[in-house]
Each structure stands twice: as structure tokens, then as C-alpha cells.
Design a protein around this ligand. Structure first.
Ligand SMILES: *[C@@H]1O[C@H](CO)[C@@H](O)[C@H](O)[C@H]1NC(C)=O
Ligand SMILES: *[C@@H]1O[C@H](CO)[C@@H](O)[C@H](O)[C@H]1NC(C)=O
Ligand SMILES: *[C@@H]1O[C@H](CO)[C@@H](O)[C@H](O)[C@H]1NC(C)=O
Ligand SMILES: [Mg+2]
Length: 251
């Protein structure tokens, strides 16, 4: 099991030009297991449908399963379905065309992938170490999620402007901006980060920012995120698109 994961991980890291090789660290201190008779696929389905909420880490028994999902082709394939539908929707949408039609993207696990970080630190890592994560963010080394990059390019060609709305904090603005550009997201209307003093959760913060955008005259055509907290809350925009993320939960 470990060897197959290792092979997948190394080929993944080669594919995204990562310089370092990272290895999956088994998590042994977890007492979380799916209930008897419940498969990891069922747990994952519960997560993606927002039925399983407020989970702190991937159940220990599912770490290998989630590792394979992320590093093999399944994560990419699920993301491709989301993006295909988003492109169909965007192409058919009747835009006003005054430069105020916008599409919102979250950053982490939506446009940029932190898979090298999670692969190195374990898919079941807990507690979340914000210092370690921000060190990684400051490297500006996260690869693009290829399906989202495809959607991004399509939206620009349709003259829909892109707004990045992230729970990353203001001090990481430069690192995030550098990373987005080097990953291929060259231009945007706005890059909205969370201020250092903002205490509200992601759902409240992000819906509040969307409300401000609407008040500024923007029309939110679509919104893409890996967390339900990226998408829920008024105003939602004309459609939301949920990307897969079985690695962590953000309220
Ligand atoms: C969090 O990460 C930092 C930086 O890598 C490390 O120095 C620190 O020991 C970590 N904290 C915990 C609780 O693991
Ligand atoms: C990341 O960079 C920002 C901006 O330079 C800095 O304020 C912050 O302390 C850095 N974080 C870490 C964990 O290195
Ligand atoms: C898009 O959403 C706005 C705001 O809710 C609404 O007024 C408009 O009719 C919607 N457009 C379409 C085509 O559904
Ligand atoms: Mg995210």
C-alpha cells in the first residue's frame, strides 16, 4: 500500500516540478474510524455533499484511500466534470458585457494545489499548524489545479472577469499574488484576502465580501470553491461549482 502511494506521489511531484520529494507520514494517533460497515467512499460522499461537517481530520482508516484519491487520477477526473459543467454554463450565460460580469474563485484547493504540503505532512494531519502552512504559502510554490486553470482561461476568453476570494490572510498577499501568476493565473479584477483582525468564519467572511461586490455593481455569474463555506450564503451568484476536497474542512 505504502509503496504504491509512494510511486503515485513521486510521479505527482515530478509532474508539478516539485524540487523536493515528500513522503506520506502515517498518522497513528487518530481514534477516528468510519462506523462499522461504512466505507471510506461513503465517508467521502458525506463530506462532498456537506452532510458530514466540522470534521477535524481524515479518519485514520481512510488516509490511504484519500491519498490514492488525491494522487491518482480520480481527483483530477472529478474536477474535470465540475469544470466541464462550469464551462457549459458560462458559455450559455447571457452576459451584460459592461465589464461587471465576474466569476469568483477561491484559492487553496481551487486554483492552487497544496497537495505537496499535505503529502509531506500527512492527509490526516491534526492539529492544523498555521506556521508550517504559512511557511509553505510564503514559498509561492503551489502548482495550479489544471482543470481550474482551464476554466479560468475559458472565462477570460468569454470576457468574464475573475475575482479571487480567499481565507488566506493579508500578510500573504504578495506570496499569493506571485504564486497565482507563476501558476498561470496572470490577471484578475480583484484579489481579496482576509484581514489579520477578521474573526468571522469563512462562510460569513466570503458571503460578506460577495455582498460588497454586488453593492459595487458587479454581477456574480459563477463561484467556484472546494469548501461549502466558499459557496453558501447570500448572495450566491447565478451558479456555484463545488470542487472536490476530502483533505480538510473549513467552516
Ligand atoms: C508548527 O510548524 C513550525 C514550523 O515548521 C514548527 O516549528 C512547530 O514546531 C510546529 N508546531 C507544532 C505544534 O507541531
Ligand atoms: C509569510 O510572509 C509574511 C509576509 O512577509 C510574513 O508576515 C509572515 O510572517 C510569513 N509567515 C511565515 C510563517 O513565515
Ligand atoms: C443571475 O442572478 C441575478 C441576481 O440574482 C438575477 O437577477 C438574474 O436574473 C440571474 N440571471 C440568470 C440568467 O439566471
Ligand atoms: Mg479552498
Amino acid at each position: 500500500m505504502f509503496h504504491l502511494l509512494h510511486v503515485l506521489l513521486v510521479s505527482y511531484l515530478v509532474a508539478c516540478n516539485a524540487l523536493d520529494r515528500h513522503f506520506l507520514r502515517p498518522i497513528s494517533d487518530s481514534d477516528l474510524h468510519p462506523a462499522d460497515g461504512v466505507s471510506c467512499e461513503s465517508w467521502q460522499f458525506g463530506v462532498e455533499t456537506n452532510n458530514v461537517r466540522d470534521w477535524k481530520h481524515v479518519p485514520n482508516a481512510c488516509e490511504d484511500y484519500i491519498g490514492h484519491y488525491m494522487l491518482g487520477g480520480h481527483y483530477r477526473s472529478d474536477s474535470a466534470v465540475v469544470v466541464t459543467e462550469a464551462i457549459k454554463f458560462a458559455e450559455a450565460f447571457e452576459l451584460v458585457g459592461d465589464g461587471k460580469d465576474v466569476w469568483i474563485f477561491d484559492v487553496d484547493e481551487t486554483t492552487l494545489s497544496n497537495l505537496p504540503y499535505y503529502a509531506a505532512n500527512g492527509f490526516g494531519v491534526e492539529p492544523y499548524n498555521s506556521t508550517a502552512f504559512n511557511e509553505w504559502v510564503n514559498q509561492s510554490a503551489a502548482p495550479a489545479l489544471p482543470e481550474s486553470l482551464k476554466l479560468y482561461k475559458k472565462l477570460l476568453s468569454l470576457e468574464i472577469k475573475v475575482i479571487f476570494l480567499t481565507g488566506r490572510r493579508e500578510p500573504t498577499r504578495e506570496a499569493t499574488s506571485t504564486n497565482l501568476q507563476s501558476a498561470g493565473f496572470h490577471t484578475w479584477e480583484k484579489l481579496l484576502l482576509k484581514g489579520v483582525d477578521v474573526k468571522t468564519n469563512s462562510l460569513v467572511f466570503k458571503s460578506g465580501e460577495r455582498k460588497k461586490l454586488v453593492e459595487q455593481g458587479y454581477r456574480i455569474v459563477g463561484n467556484t470553491g472546494d469548501q461549502w463555506s466558499d459557496l453558501l450564503g447570500s448572495p450566491e451568484g447565478n451558479r456555484t461549482f463545488k470542487l472536490p476536497d476530502p483533505m480538510y474542512y473549513v467552516a
